[in-house]
Design a protein around this ligand. Structure first.
Ligand code: GLC
Length: 743
């Protein structure tokens, strides 16, 4: 076995040096203009994901070797056409084709924030794997994903793209998504290059306003925002994308500290960095570059290897080199990085290896992919409330609904919605209407033959007309149970979709009030790309499911949960605020000198006098149709020294009548530090299945590595002292034991 491993390592090293030699043999034959052509990326004009610049003849530039990569070129035919043109260039360097495949390509999976709510890492990796298989079959080599931006601000529309507020969960998910996209490695025609974005701290934009400034201490940057990027790097991510924001006054695209000092020098990143759409040229708007020529110089010298769509490199970089403002070594390093990926992807050996019409057709409506999407979707749903229609404590919850229910009213703008289930960063296909599972259809398939369904739209998502209320109320009056489905339309969360109000849009909550007023049992489903505010609903409706944007299989997955064919297991990856005024609200806060002792403590403490001191729903929160009871924490010791290991175990019992999954969460608090420490930090979790009545003992092991943090000198170390060890069903409801750990 050892001999085999040695051979494999030697073979890998030989492969790498062989590729390096091939890269150098190409590089030394290239002109400066051809080198800069490799650093130039254009949009393909079949679709746009940024402000389009209609200019010049891109195909002619490809023919002249002035383009290294294209994005938004959809399908094998189009990529083949452009690749054939690239093969007419002097150097015959193949194009790289990139695409935003954020949560599925032909099969749309739940948005990434929804997938994060599943805490099911295997399912998340499988989702990325399927996306890679489908988009690679469409001739694409590279996905601009995973987006790993931590964010604590649901006003920022791009929270839908990430994994929420926590660096530990975000890091594990980042790794899973990179592994999913890159599969068994480059050269396989179902493996695409990942692109970790947006480097860095884009999710901390002022006011949650997209593209806005970010100002934070380096300690916070290292503690909260860099970890998922490091996890993705450690997982072997091929490329990074820098971010639109300035960080502490320097735009990320022109930020040498980020791109060279941290990523390329400290972490030893050997892939390449692509700018975000136009972000090189946008340094002029930032007031960091006086013109595009200056921007090109700043970005190239700072380590941005490829210029997406700003044309700054292709128009100005050669002159900057000739004037000595950019060294040829900078150009050669960038081009070497780009060529190396093209060699690793096997494109020099076969530029058309991803262009296979038969393989593309195999991926249309792939039954296994649709099943995986349904599985991912149902696991992403979060049960926020499930009380008896007669009120709290009056008995069993309203959910699940019986399949024998005589009459169900299905009300609201999402009842028969189709594309709004796909969410932002999804693709429109001609047969979507036939393929996307609607809620109406999902419920219909579950109900017994003699059950009746009544439909009423009630209102639109954003309009303020209540003209449809009477029909909806009438439907409710004639039903045994009312399912109301509300939320955000597809383009209300995502890029450039920041919202100052994150209430349920339009008159949707008034529709809910009108339906509750009928006295009929009401279930509310909320489909959105971000945490929303719906306090009246949360306080007055007995059953609420957060159904995010669940993709192609949405309706069937929601119906699986509604009727109990799947017991919901999702847990919130972001805290839900009570008001916009409470933002940012997050679980891993610092205690301050005047912490509130209770939710309503107003005695000279850090609190709002008009709001309880807690989120509406906390990080890690999610209910089940059953009940999980936690025993006392068992520790192998309560005083530890040096490199000893702490073992924590807890017995979890399913005390209800449904089998179900529970995400057992482990948090730690460092009671005293050389810098203040959060009141709790997620350090582990296990998603377990328990049959009704079953108990399992869940164990976690903790070492001093789990205690490390960045001190005020940015040293990553742990400090002796007392720690609280917490295990529970969410970040609020935990069992706690205290230990001491000395050096
Ligand atoms: C967009 C997004 C980025 C995306 C890129 C290409 O502006 O910020 O996430 O990958 O442009 O579409």
């Amino acid at each position: 076995m050892l001999l085999l491993v040695c051979y494999q390592v030697q073979h890998a090293i030989a492969q790498i040096s062989k590729i390096d030699q091939r890269v150098d043999s190409v590089l030394k034959r290239m002109t400066l203009e051809e080198k800069i052509g490799q650093m130039n990326q254009y949009n393909g004009d079949w679709a746009a994901t940024g402000p389009i610049t209609k200019d010049g003849d891109k195909q002619n530039q490809i023919r002249k070797g002035m383009v290294g990569s294209m994005l938004n070129v959809t399908g094998v035919n189009h990529t083949r056409t452009l690749q054939e043109i690239a093969m007419q260039s002097r150097m015959k360097i193949p194009l790289l084709f990139g695409q935003d495949v954020i949560h599925g390509y032909r099969t749309t999976f739940p948005i990434p924030l929804a997938e994060a709510a599943s805490w099911d890492i295997e399912a998340i990796e499988r989702s990325a794997r399927i996306a890679a298989v489908e988009v690679a079959a469409a001739g694409i080599h590279w996905t601009f994903a995973p987006m790993v931006d931590i964010s604590r601000d649901p006003r920022w529309g791009r929270v839908m793209e990430g994994a929420g507020e926590d660096p530990y969960l975000g890091s594990i998910i980042a790794k899973a998504r990179v592994k999913g996209f890159q599969g068994k490695g480059f050269g396989n025609t179902d493996a695409v290059m990942a692109c970790v974005k947006h480097f860095v701290a884009y999710g901390a934009a002022v006011g949650g306003r997209d593209y806005n400034s970010v100002d934070m201490s380096l300690r916070t940057l290292y503690e909260l925002y860099l970890p998922p990027f490091k996890a993705a790097f450690d997982a072997g991510a091929a490329t990074f994308m820098n971010s639109f924001n300035d960080l502490n006054g320097i735009p990320a695209t022109g930020n040498s500290f980020l791109q060279r000092d941290i990523l390329k020098n400290k972490w030893k990143f050997t892939g390449f960095i692509v700018s975000d759409w136009g972000s090189v040229g946008e340094m002029v708007n930032h007031g960091y570059a006086k013109d595009n020529a200056h921007a090109a110089m700043l970005a190239a010298n700072a380590g941005s290897d490829m210029d997406m769509e700003s044309r700054s490199y292709i128009k100005h970089l050669a002159q900057q080199v000739k004037e000595g403002k950019v060294k040829m070594s900078v150009i050669d390093d960038a081009v070497r990085r780009i060529l190396k990926k093209k060699f690793e992807m096997g494109l020099f050996d076969d530029p058309f290896k991803f262009c296979n019409e038969a393989r593309e057709k195999e991926q249309w409506n792939n039954a296994a992919h649709l099943l995986a999407a349904r599985d991912m979707a149902k696991k992403s749903i979060v049960l926020l409330k499930n009380e008896s229609p007669l009120g709290r404590g009056a008995g069993v919850g309203l959910l699940p609904i019986s399949k024998q229910t005589k009459t169900i009213a299905v009300v609201g703008p999402f009842a028969k919605a189709v594309k709004d289930h796909l969410g932002f960063w999804s693709y429109d296909w001609a047969d979507d209407t036939a393929r996307i599972k609607t809620l109406w259809g999902g419920i219909q398939k579950k109900l017994s033959a003699d059950s009746k369904m009544i439909y009423a739209k009630g209102c639109g998502i954003t309009d303020t007309s209540k003209a449809g209320f009477s029909e909806a109320v009438n439907a409710a009056m004639n039903a045994d149970v009312v399912v109301v489905t509300v939320g955000e339309e597809r383009a209300m969360s995502g890029e450039a979709k920041s919202r100052s109000s994150i209430q349920l849009p339009g008159v949707q909550e008034e529709l809910i009030k009108a339906l509750v007023a009928t006295g009929k049992p009401v279930v509310v489903l909320i489909s959105a790309g971000r945490p929303l505010i719906f306090n009246w609903t949360a306080d007055h409706v007995p059953a609420i499911l957060y159904t995010w944007w669940l993709g192609t299989e949405a309706g069937d997955a929601i119906a699986d949960v509604l009727f109990g064919d799947y017991n919901p297991s999702g847990k919130l990856p972001m805290s839900f605020p009570r008001t916009e005024g409470q933002i940012p609200v997050y679980y891993n806060y610092y205690n301050t000198g005047r912490p509130a002792k209770t939710e309503n403590d107003l005695n000279y403490v850090s609190a709002y006098i008009d709001l309880p001191n807690s989120p509406k729903f906390p990080f890690g929160y999610g209910l089940s149709y059953t009940r999980f009871d936690y025993g006392q924490l068992q520790l192998n010791k309560t005083t530890l020294k040096g490199n000893e290991q702490l073992n924590v175990s807890v017995t979890v019992t399913n005390s209800g009548q449904y089998a179900g999954e529970e995400v057992v969460q482990l948090y730690i608090r460092d009671m005293v530090g050389s810098v203040v420490r959060p009141v709790k930090e997620l350090k582990g979790f296990k998603k377990i299945m328990l049959q009704a009545g079953e108990s399992k003992t869940i164990s976690f092991s903790i070492t001093t590595n789990d205690l490390r943090f960045y001190n005020d000198q940015l040293k990553f170390d742990w400090e002796a002292g007392e720690f609280e060890i917490m295990v529970g069903t969410d970040s609020r409801d935990v069992k706690t034991k205290t230990i001491s750990w000395t050096k």
